[in-house]
Design a protein around this ligand. Sequence first.
Ligand code: DLL
Length: 429
Amino acid sequence: MSFIPYDLTPEKIEQIQLKGLKWTVKHAYQNSQFYKKKIDTAGVKPEDIQSLADIRHLPFTDKEDLQTGYPFPLLSVPFEDIIRIHASSGTTGKRKVLAYTQKDVDLWAHMFARCYELAGVGPKDRVQIAVGYGLWTAGAGFQAGCEKLGAMAIPVGPANAEMHCEMLVDMKATVFCSTASMALLMAEEIHTRNLVDQTKLKTIILGAERCSKSMRSRIKELMQVEHIYDIYGLTELYGPGTGLDCSLHQGIHYWADHFIFEIIDPVTLTPLPPGQAGELVVTTLHKQAAPLIRYRTHDLTRLIEKPCDCRVPFPMHDHITGRTDDMFIYRAVNIYPSQIDHLLSNFDQVGSEYQIHLKQRENGRDLMIIQVERGQNSPADEDQKTAELIAAEIRKKILVRTQVEITGYGDLPRTQRKSKRVFDHRNGD
Ligand code: DLL
């Protein structure tokens, strides 16, 4: 049985999208006071949505809207239809709590099974799940998708490295699922313990945070796997599993029969054409408990127009390059951490781990210190030269002066969750 509908055509996807869009707007308008008010204020009526282009008349929703109806924001079904909630910690204020009906949970598992199938995972596989279980959507999502697919789940969660190594070796896991930070931590652990020959891993599925090119190649090399797949998702949009790159790794195929993805300019909020990078805005087509209408993810990516060479009938978006709120201003220049890790990836002398510290000198001028780990096999006596080369490259490409410090391999902290890269000490942080 295949979870990927290979016979879907672009025309059929459009039909499904229009029907789903009309249903979602009507459903939200009729059943949620919040959405009714928002849609009324925008001067739109559900009947006005007659084509996919009409989506532009609908108002945006944003993370602040999740505070309005806390603890059950966007709720569009009777309370007794909710069978579960999940939550993720917002950076400020209250947690984002999202409710699910049985149908929402079933659909999410189905979409997740598609992700596994696309990653070449089948019933004979053994899937070690190394993400958090509980309020966070990650564990529940990876677990439900695995069971739906019929593979064997090894639900270790974010346990210690000892336990993960034991399970990897004894259970002969073939697939490992985690954040990029956790995968790096485990890859180094397996390498240090000399266990790679005793593991049977062939596939790694990473998500929940950006993974630089160098981090990806480091994990691949240390774990000796054939493929690393990028899985995207967010709590508001069920959780992980909204799409995944296929084995050609040309972009992330997303389930356009369940969502409409738009890219907008995050400042002017104008929709951008395919190919242009901007903020991803999502509209759900079949989500019951907490539908999303033009929800601003604040994630930066672009839609890829070129069809993939694989047979998967779903369109693609690019890897997430950052978040609109990741951007920091240093000496009047807007900088995203991804610009820094992209540059660092070009230096073989350094590893994938880095931290950016923003400080203020006594004279009031800002100072950026970039700490980056030496590559595992790079000689320490070249640190000074490497630091100068990196600083010069940043000066040339990003037009700012920085102080680059090379630290020993393994000196920067590893985490099982999402890594924090930027530390802004300018306001006493
Ligand atoms: O991180 C869901 C998830 C869990 C996805 C495990 C994949 C794997 P939240 O905690 O709500 O949900 O965080 C969502 O994480 O808006 C992105 O900024 C970031 N993110 C998620 N997947 C990726 C990815 C989960 N593949 C936020 N690449 C999103 C880059 C990602 N960033």
